[in-house]
Design a protein around this ligand. Structure first.
Ligand SMILES: NC(=O)c1ccc[n+]([C@@H]2O[C@H](COP(=O)([O-])OP(=O)(O)OC[C@H]3O[C@@H](n4cnc5c(N)ncnc54)[C@H](O)[C@@H]3O)[C@@H](O)[C@H]2O)c1
Length: 277
């Protein structure tokens, strides 16, 4: 039980990756609080995970609203907080930058970045009083590699990387570590499948050297490591959870001969043409 006696607060824990993190933390003995603005899924998740004997409570909260975040923290004056996971996030609509409405831009930055600032601002006093403690932020592979029409999302997640490093330096003297994870496209357990009718075709799968998309549990395992004292000398870092996607060269992805050779295990070096400089 790697988190026995620890209390963890997970934002956006009603479903998706946040629910996966809550599940994994409970398996490791943590007392978990999930906050989310989705009451229906939040209560359902708390009931489901509590049935297995886990200690979990759900609180309805809009993490973009400073008054409500502050009230929530103050209403829990005796709360011992060891791990904060800032998981809330939203991709937003895919919009090219020259067509993006300012309000949409602001909304995406609010949900992905400002919420994280608000949660940290009001949780840090609690985290300080139970050091060693830690914060894990959800960034994204989109903070590292870009796709068209996701400008606000990518910018917000780039901001998550920067504030993670900033807070790591600022909070280290207080015994608080701060790290982030950057998942590639992630599926909830049970919904992992290929879909040739969409962008998630076999060709997309070729982008992942490990040959599959990630699951919420993959992400949760990385968050568990960074949140726990096993990562006690790691702070200010981002951990890519991408099955090797961002390590692979473009040619390995687009050249059929390389892909076929790699898959069959029969690729021969001499078959590769010289690269022009
Ligand atoms: N799923 C992926 O493919 C993927 C890939 C990379 C990064 N991420 C990041 O991982 C995190 C979780 O992603 P997900 O796919 O599980 O998302 P999701 O949409 O399944 O769940 C997000 C949760 O956050 C809650 N939420 C949204 N705004 C909120 C607010 N203002 N206050 C409180 N709760 C709010 C939603 O109600 C929802 O329950 C996000 O930060 C996302 O950017 C996801």
């Amino acid at each position: 039980m790697r988190l026995q006696g620890k209390t963890a607060l997970i934002t956006g824990g009603a479903k998706g990756i946040g629910k996966g993190i809550a599940t994994r933390f409970i398996e490791e003995g943590a007392d978990v609080i999930i906050v989310d603005m989705d009451r229906v899924n939040g209560e359902e998740t708390a009931n489901e995970l509590g049935q297995g004997g886990g200690s979990i409570q759900f609180v309805e909260l809009d993490v973009c609203n400073e008054d409500r975040v502050e009230t929530f923290m103050k209403a829990l004056p005796k709360l011992k907080l060891d791990i904060l996971v800032n998981n809330v996030g939203w991709t937003g609509l895919r919009t090219p930058i020259d067509q993006m409405d300012l309000n949409d831009w602001r909304r995406i930055l609010d949900i992905n970045l400002t919420s994280l600032f608000l949660m940290c601002k009001h949780a840090v006093p609690l985290l300080k009083s139970s050091q060693p403690s830690s914060i894990v932020n959800l960034a994204s592979v989109n903070a590292h590699t870009m796709v068209p029409a996701l400008g606000a999302y990518s910018a917000s997640k780039g901001g998550v990387l920067a504030i993670t490093k900033q807070l790591a330096v600022e909070l280290a003297p207080e015994g608080i570590r701060v790290n982030s994870v950057s998942p590639s496209i992630t599926f909830r357990e049970g919904t992992l499948r290929r879909n040739s009718a969409s962008a998630l075709s076999d060709k997309s799968l070729d982008c992942y050297p490990l040959g599959r998309f990630s699951t919420a549990r993959d992400v949760a395992n990385a968050v568990l490591f960074l949140g726990s004292e096993e990562a006690g000398f790691i702070t200010g870092q981002d951990l890519l959870i991408d099955g090797g996607m961002t390590s692979q060269s473009v040619s390995a992805m687009v050249r059929d001969d390389l892909r076929a050779g790699w898959k069959s295990g029969m690729y021969k070096l001499e078959a590769e043409p010289e690269v022009e400089s």
